[in-house]
Design a protein around this ligand. Sequence first.
Ligand code: 5GP
Length: 122
Amino acid sequence: MIDIKNYNKDNVFGKILRKEIPSDPVYETEEVYAFKDINPQAPIHVVIIPKKEYCSFDDFSRSSEEKTILAMIRSIAIIADILKLKKGYRIISNIGDFGGQEIPHFHIHILGGKRLGRIITP
Ligand code: 5GP
C-alpha cells in the first residue's frame, strides 16, 4: 500500500467540493463531481472526483463502497458523451509521489480533443 493514508481536508479538490474555491462544472451527481482542469494538458481536460474523501485511486479501490466505485466508473462514459469525445480519449489517475499525484483527493483525468500519442514520452 502506498504511504498516503490520511486524508487532508485542506487539499484543493476538498476546497472545490466545499465551494471555498470556484470551479467550472461539467457534470455532477450525488456521488461525483467533474470540472475543467485549471491547467489543461489537452484541448479537453476534465477532472472527475468522488464527493467522499479518498486520498488516491489506491485508497479508493481498497476502501470505497461499491456504489461509489460504480458511480465513478459509470460517470466516465457519460462525461465523454457530454464532452463529445467521439474519436476517443484518455483517462489517467496519478497515485502518490512516484505517480506524479499533486492533489491528494482521488481524481480521474479525462483528456481528449486531439490525437494524444503515446502514453508516456521517453
Ligand atoms: P494530479 O497531478 O494530482 O494528478 O492532478 C492535479 C490536477 O489538478 C492538475 O492537472 C492541475 O492542473 C489541477 N488543478 C490544480 N489546482 C486546481 C484548481 O484550483 N482548479 C482546478 N480546476 N484544477 C486544479
